[in-house]
Design a protein around this ligand. Structure first.
Ligand SMILES: Cc1ncc(COP(=O)(O)O)c(C=O)c1O
Length: 428
């Protein structure tokens, strides 16, 4: 093959993440819900229980995005990026620090799906190779596995769920030994239920067996503390707009040092992720930027950095505990309502509550609640074919509180649903 193909550079040195000016060091301040709400303009306009869709952005995020757009307006897009290079570098560091990660480990992407695609495309799959995943993995990821199966002849293997819900870690171990998958991919918290998958146990097994592990942390980033290195990940894909409270249209991929060392590169590099060295020779970037594309909304990157700072300043443990306790209050309240079925199952449950209400189509409930300024979303079977077919339901209503919601808001949502359940509107 001569000098055709890619040369794999050594990943750069591994400096400790620098502290960013203004970053909140050490232990977080106790959670001040009133202050959180003051910093979240959207709380004045309704009860936002759609954080699994897109959360309310704090004022600092809006400012970060706006400031950069202002600079682009005044200077031009390329010139603004050059003039604000320090701020942009700060956004990378903010996300690295959010994940307890080293410098050079973050690639910004357009969303979590692109981040996941970039990671999955770096695994050199051949006919007969196996992708090991779960029955709850995100719809777009499942579609990617099916497309790869069709095009490359790989096999998709889904580990069974444990009886109490959530992936059966014993079955994952068994599959790693007997089926020797080429890659393991897992959605940490699915879009369609509140279960938190045991990402750390799966990651430890992947490390033990030397199998690359891609964690889709789209719903968990910003909702709970997350350290991809200690979870055993090779890659972690995330989005900005959900529990992290960043802007829409932005996401990122964390890349392990091992993945860089192993020469994993996305299938379709571009001029940002690689250099064209000679006519038939190219070289991927030494750090995680090899998973980025050239064209970026730096405003959204800066907004993501600001969101990471707000999350760290608020405290990820405090956010997790409060969001989960509000979700628990919802489940308790709704569990006692006639005609309501709470669907979430698993040893650990996150701040995503899924229900059905007898006589109501979830999409009608979303509209009904929105008229009362309560924002929720519905998840159709097409987003959770395996899970919802097993339960025999065509769709579910999803309510996803964040730390900035109040107990009163939760109680109001429960009352609105109690009222709705008492006059079924069968419109299916
Ligand atoms: C578990 C999970 N993974 C991935 C995604 C996709 O995220 P994005 O729309 O940012 O690509 C979602 C979106 O709902 C999700 O819930």
């Amino acid at each position: 093959m001569g000098d055709h193909g890619a040369v794999t550079p050594e990943p750069g040195p591994e400096p400790r993440p620098e502290s960013r000016p203004g970053a909140v060091p050490g232990s977080p301040a106790p959670l001040d819900v009133e202050a959180l709400r003051r910093d979240t303009p959207g709380t004045a306009f309704g009860i936002h229980l759609n954080n699994a869709g897109a959360a309310l952005q704090p004022a600092a995020v809006l400012k970060a995005v706006h400031d950069h757009l202002q600079a682009e307006t005044e200077l031009g897009g390329y010139e603004a990026a050059a003039a604000r290079a320090d701020e942009i570098a700060g956004a990378y560091r903010s996300v690295e620090e959010l994940l307890g990660a080293r410098q050079g480990s973050i690639a910004f992407t357009e969303n979590a799906t692109v981040a996941f695609q970039q990671a999955l495309s770096s695994i050199r799959l051949a006919p007969g190779d196996r992708i090991l995943t779960s029955r709850q993995d995100y719809v777009s990821n499942q579609l990617m596995y099916l497309s790869l199966a069709e095009r490359l002849g790989v096999e998709v293997e889904r580990a069974p769920d444990a009886p109490e819900g959530g992936i059966d870690v014993g079955a994952v171990r068994e599959a790693l030994i007997r089926r020797r998958p080429r890659v393991v991919a897992l959605s940490h918290i699915p879009t369609s239920s509140g279960v938190v998958q045991d990402a750390g146990a799966v990651g430890a097994l992947c490390r033990e067996h030397g199998v690359p592990y891609i964690l889709d942390a789209c719903q968990s980033v910003g909702q709970m503390p997350l350290e991809p290195e200690s979870l055993g990940c090779s890659f972690l894909a995330a989005t900005s707009r959900k529990f992290l409270r960043g802007p829409r249209g932005a996401g990122f991929l964390w890349v392990s040092r091992q993945a860089l060392k192993d020469g994993l590169v996305p299938l379709f590099p571009d001029l940002r992720s690689a250099d064209w060295v000679e006519e038939d020779l190219w070289q991927p970037a030494p750090d995680a930027s090899r998973f980025e594309n050239w064209e970026f909304s730096w405003a959204l990157v800066l907004g993501t950095g600001a969101a990471a700072e707000v999350a760290r300043a608020t405290g990820l443990e405090a956010i997790r505990d409060r969001a989960r306790s509000l979700a628990h209050r919802l489940r308790e309240g709704l569990g006692g309502v006639r005609g309501v079925q709470v669907l979430d199952r698993g040893r650990e449950l996150a701040a995503i509550v899924t229900i059905t209400v007898e006589g109501w189509r979830p999409s009608d409930l979303v509209r009904h609640l929105r008229e009362r300024s309560i924002r929720t979303s519905s998840v159709d079977r097409s987003s959770a074919v395996i899970d919802y077919d097993e339960r025999g339901i065509p769709a579910a209503l999803r309510l996803s509180p964040h730390a900035y919601n109040t107990e009163d808001e939760i109680d109001e949502a429960v009352e609105a649903l109690r009222h709705a359940a008492s006059f079924p509107r069968e419109s299916a």
